[in-house]
Design a protein around this ligand. Structure first.
Ligand code: AGP
Length: 628
């Protein structure tokens, strides 16, 4: 949700800002803008454009036309106020005394606006952000009367603004009368600082690491309610009491190339192809070989003693979107293997349902970005209630990773496409590890079964590779089906969890209406929607439910549905019922989700391509949902 970049240093700022923003466009892309302080003419130049970043690039000759070495930039995902040039960030006060870019939501902006209007401030936009900019201006004016120096005055204004506003924010701030200084602060929206050395000496701020990776690998994570003051030479960080605090730089191990398309047409298809590597990287460091040649799980990174895991009375699985779908699959895997009752919740529902939590329960929060507002709020609620929390997260150092008691990182690498693929697959892999560990410490599986499960996990990357090798068939089929209007995905048990994900993938990038149903539930209402030519994707990877799903497919076929069957090699009887079949390799049935999801990702991808849509940046969506 919105991307922020800032730079202060020796080089021209605008090209760096635009380059950084191009790596953050996945966070929002309905308008963009930059503000750069032109030292020669002593004013702040603001340029904004509606639509994709390329419009702003064209207006500014990729930034070269905007002078100055200190500036902030923003790519927007609209919350308050329609996508338009006027509502695009940066927002600023009279004579650009205060200029801000913002990611998040100022919840009490209307109160603040009313108060500022009474004081004589005029508002130009419909955004909540303008309230923060003008509030800062008002506090900056008051601080000026206290006889403070420039830095103390800015800190005082920022601190008072932080106390006054409710909601979430990451802010990049320039004060018109402070050349060569950039401020930043955050609460519940991500923001990092990068230190640049050599000929572009200085500092950057950004919503996410890829924006700074071409310039530096040394970053600092700004924590909630901290304020950074940055110049070419100096980085100072303060707490909300304006006391200076020490912050350590972290070295980012992955490089800028990991966030490039690498010859693929889209990030999504690149990331689909990265799944074997990503799953292998997530599994292998946690599987060790003992002296007797047997394999065992090493989850010592979680710092959860075996006795504690053995005593877990219930598992709460919480996430949003695809991460929730992983939770849905995880419920079956954990219940079947470890015999622990599980509950799965959408984070946005969980936080408001006043959940009853068992003291010996384990909460598992699943999130690729580690910044999803609802998931973070659910995590905090659980921690407030004294629950043990474990996060499955992809982005190192993200808020959820830092706030949970334990974290299991998925090693998917940076995921740029809005539609998740490799992060989803690595989350599943993390769940298999945790479920098998829980089962083993509770004595629910024999050592032989544990060995077999580990072998089956380790075989998954090669099997995903095999599924990918059949992608042309899916592509051919997708081209045929690109014009369809409604698609239903049906399955039972784990196949229902796969259906949920397949349906979401299709709707988010192809804009085709689709729904996922538990196959047995169709006849309780939804089957009335089935008519001639409606595409139904039947997922039937679970041997014990195969015949049941096929029966449900027969029911829709007799009402005119056109059938796509997805099952495992060997289940050839499905061909008697369906019009088109895709087979995936056999595996432990509890792990079949990892294979069956791949053709559904490909189906969505190729349909989106056939329709000529923007695969990586679908309309209305953003990669990281940092607002409620
Ligand atoms: C999936 O393709 C979506 N982009 C979306 O549903 C996503 O999974 C959801 O917003 C959760 O994000 P998170 O994993 O970063 O918390």
């Amino acid at each position: 949700m919105c991307g922020i970049v800032g730079y202060v240093g020796t080089r021209q700022a605008a090209p760096i800002l635009l380059d950084g923003l191009s790596r953050l466009e996945y966070r929002g892309y309905d308008s963009a803008g930059i503000a750069v302080r032109d030292e020669e003419n002593e004013h702040v130049e603001v340029v904004k454009a509606k639509g994709r970043l390329k419009n702003l690039m064209e207006m500014t000759d990729s930034g070269h036309a905007v002078r100055g070495t200190c500036g902030v930039g923003h790519t927007r995902w609209a919350t308050h106020g329609e996508p338009s040039t006027i509502n695009a960030h940066p927002h600023y006060s009279r004579e650009k005394r205060v200029v801000v870019v913002h990611n998040g939501i100022i919840e009490n902006y209307q109160d603040i606006k009313d108060m500022l209007v009474r004081k004589g401030y005029a508002f130009r936009t419909q955004t909540d952000t303008e309230a923060a900019a003008l509030l800062l201006d008002s506090y900056y004016t008051e601080a000026g009367k206290k006889g403070l120096g420039p830095r103390e005055r800015a800190l005082d204004a920022i601190r008072n603004m932080m106390i006054r506003v409710r909601g979430s924010y990451a802010l990049g701030i320039l004060f018109g009368d402070q050349p060569g200084v950039m401020y930043a602060t955050r609460k519940d929206s991500p923001l990092i600082i990068g230190r640049c050395d050599g000929e572009m000496r200085g500092h950057m701020i950004a919503s996410d690491v890829p924006a700074v990776l071409s310039y530096t690998r040394n970053v600092v994570y700004i924590d909630n309610l901290e304020i950074a003051c940055l110049t070419q030479e100096e980085m100072r960080v303060y707490n909300i009491d304006c006391e200076q605090i020490d912050k350590a730089f972290v070295e980012i191990k992955w490089d800028a190339a990991s966030a490039e398309k690498d010859g693929y047409e889209h990030f999504m298809i690149k990331e689909i192809h990265e799944q074997p590597r990503a799953v292998r990287d997530t599994l292998s460091p946690r599987i060790k070989e003992r002296e007797d040649g047997q394999k065992c799980l090493d989850l010592s990174e979680l710092e959860l003693p075996d006795e504690e895991l053995a005593g877990v009375s219930r598992v709460y699985l919480i996430g949003c979107g695809s991460a929730y779908h992983v939770g849905t699959a995880a419920r079956t895997v954990i219940e079947r293997l470890a015999h622990i009752p599980c509950e799965v919740d959408l984070a946005s529902e969980f936080r408001y349902r006043d959940p009853i939590l068992e003291p010996r329960g384990l909460v598992i929060i699943i999130s690729q970005s580690g910044e999803t507002a609802d998931s973070l709020a659910a995590l905090r609620l659980c921690r407030e209630r004294g629950m043990r929390t474990l996060a499955i997260v992809n982005v190192v150092g993200s808020s959820i990773a830092r706030e949970a008691d334990a974290v299991m990182y998925t090693w998917a690498g940076p995921e740029i496409s809005v539609a998740t693929t490799k992060a989803y697959s690595t989350q599943l892999a993390a769940i298999y590890l945790i479920a098998t560990k829980l089962a083993a410490v509770r004595g629910q599986i024999s050592p032989e079964r544990e060995q077999q499960l580990i072998e089956d996990m380790l075989a998954l990357p090669d099997k995903i590779e095999r599924v990918l090798s059949d992608k042309e068939r899916v592509q051919w089929y997708a081209n045929k089906m690109a014009a369809c209007k409604d698609v239903f995905f049906i399955g039972r048990g784990l196949d229902h969890a796969i259906s949920l994900e397949g349906s979401l993938k299709l709707k988010e990038i192809s804009y085709i209406h689709s729904e996922a149903y538990a196959a047995g539930e169709l006849k309780h209402g939804t089957i009335s929607l089935i008519e001639d030519g409606v595409l139904v994707v039947g997922v039937a990877t679970q041997p014990d439910l195969f015949e049941k799903v096929v029966s449900n497919m027969v029911e829709v076929r007799s009402r005119g549905a056109y059938l796509f069957g997805l099952t495992t090699y060997g289940q050839y009887a499905i061909e008697d019922t369906v019009n088109f079949t895709v087979y995936v390799p056999r595996t432990e049935p509890l792990f079949a989700t990892s294979l069956a999801v791949v053709p559904l990702q490909l189906l969505a991808y190729y349909i989106s391509c056939a329709k000529g849509l923007d695969v990586d940046k679908p309309r209305n969506l953003a990669k990281s949902v940092t607002v409620e």
